[in-house]
Design a protein around this ligand. Structure first.
Ligand code: NAP
Length: 229
């Protein structure tokens, strides 16, 4: 059965490829971008693949509310929070951009919460709704790592938010999982990264398809392995 998929941050990178991949298999894709006028690749994909596109800045309550109103009474089967930022170029002990750090929290941590809660009335209309946030193994507390304080802490916090929401939403049958999408060749991941957007999206689709309520509140990788928190 075809599903309705909502994507944030679909202007480029993994979000854009997820839009393409879901559409290729016949799902209804509602792909959002914070600035549609600048999202040429998404607009081109829309022209060839027939998506629905909408403006959504995950840091702007008005934008989130407007999008949720557009979705009113429509069922959402899968919400994928893909919008993300690295948190600026200055994230070291002796050189920290605090504004960019706060922005990373706004986009990476508060964003998925804001969007998920705003879309709750649409999610509960699906027989098996799934909320996925693309977090990162860089936010895993299990790893001893250095640098990238803003990015790591915002993704660690996003993992926790997803875990708490999973417990809170289990009664409503909503599956909530953070997933690490791999180290992917995008503007964020860089050219040296391990995998292409196509490989990442293929893996993500397959993992997301298989998730059941027993898997909710657990941290997964794009390859379907459970990741330590
Ligand atoms: N690439 C990797 O190796 C990797 C690894 C682990 C996790 N991730 C996570 O996977 C997700 C996608 O990453 P990516 O590599 O595709 O990144 P990307 O190529 O840098 O794309 C990020 C997307 O997020 C959008 N965005 C940023 N701020 C936004 C906001 N306030 N509202 C709505 N959209 C916003 C950007 O829109 P604009 O085009 O308007 O800037 C862009 O479309 C991110 O959450 C990232 O942290 C990526």
């Amino acid at each position: 059965m075809t599903k309705t998929i909502v994507l944030t941050g679909a202007a480029r990178g993994i979000g854009l490829q997820l839009a393409r991949a879901y559409r290729e298999r016949g799902d209804t894709v509602i792909a959002t971008a914070r600035k549609l006028s600048a999202a040429k690749r998404l607009r081109d994909l829309n022209a060839s693949a027939g998506l629905e596109i909408a403006q959504l800045d995950v840091t702007e309550p008005v934008s989130v509310r407007r999008f949720a109103e557009q979705m009113d009474k429509r069922s959402i089967d899968v919400l994928i929070n893909s919008a993300g930022v690295l948190g600026g170029d200055h994230q070291s002990l002796d050189d920290m951009d605090f504004d960019a750090w706060l922005d990373a929290f706004d986009v990476n941590t508060l964003g998925p919460f804001r969007v998920t809660t705003a879309l709750m009335s649409s999610l509960v209309l699906s027989p098996a709704p799934k909320v996925i946030t693309l977090t990162s193994q860089m936010g895993s507390l299990h790893r001893n790592s250095v640098g990238q304080h803003a990015y790591r802490s915002s993704k660690a916090a996003a993992n926790k938010v997803m875990q708490v929401m999973a417990v809170e939403l289990k009664d409503r049958g909503i599956i909530v999982c953070p997933i690490h999408p791999g180290w992917v060749r995008t503007e964020m991941g860089g050219r040296q990264a391990d995998i292409s957007v196509e490989e990442s999206a293929r893996g993500l689709l397959s993992v997301i398809d298989r998730l059941s309520i027993e898997d909710s509140g657990r941290f997964w990788t794009w390859e379907g392995n459970e990741h330590p928190w």
